[in-house]
Design a protein around this ligand. Sequence first.
Ligand SMILES: [Zn+2]
Ligand SMILES: [Zn+2]
Ligand SMILES: [Zn+2]
Length: 158
Amino acid sequence: MGDVKREVARAINLMSDNDLRVTPEREAVLEVLAENIGAHPSAEDIYLATMERHPGIGLATVYRTLDALERVGIVSKLELGASGSRYELNTDVGGHFHHHLICIGCGRITEFNQDLLEHLEKEIEDSTGFQITDHSLRFYGYCAKCREAAKGGETSRS
Ligand SMILES: [Zn+2]
Ligand SMILES: [Zn+2]
Ligand SMILES: [Zn+2]
């Protein structure tokens, strides 16, 4: 997929800009992230997929790579409490980032692909002179499936 190649190339440029060494292992991690945009894989998921193209890679290397990429903003880490952390590549597509709906019932992450913050952003920029280039917003709650399941439980118990 052309998109994957383009995202990997863009991330590698950002790595060099930030003086991060580009190794074949790190490149393999980037490829896996670029192939899984929207899937929010865990570090273990990334490790398993990276091993397929780089059998020698260790889980510690994957963690260190993800940390390094997160520090310079190439990757976002979503903390999910008990169900661990998920990762995603920050892409250029669509400008500002999407929002995440995180279900505290089943751990499912849904993306909400609208910004809706333009008005707020303008107000912040006007009143503080701060130029907003990105933001990250997480909504916690219960997904439609979990709500449906909870409703079913109620009726069968009564
Ligand atoms: Zn996402
Ligand atoms: Zn925005
Ligand atoms: Zn759920």
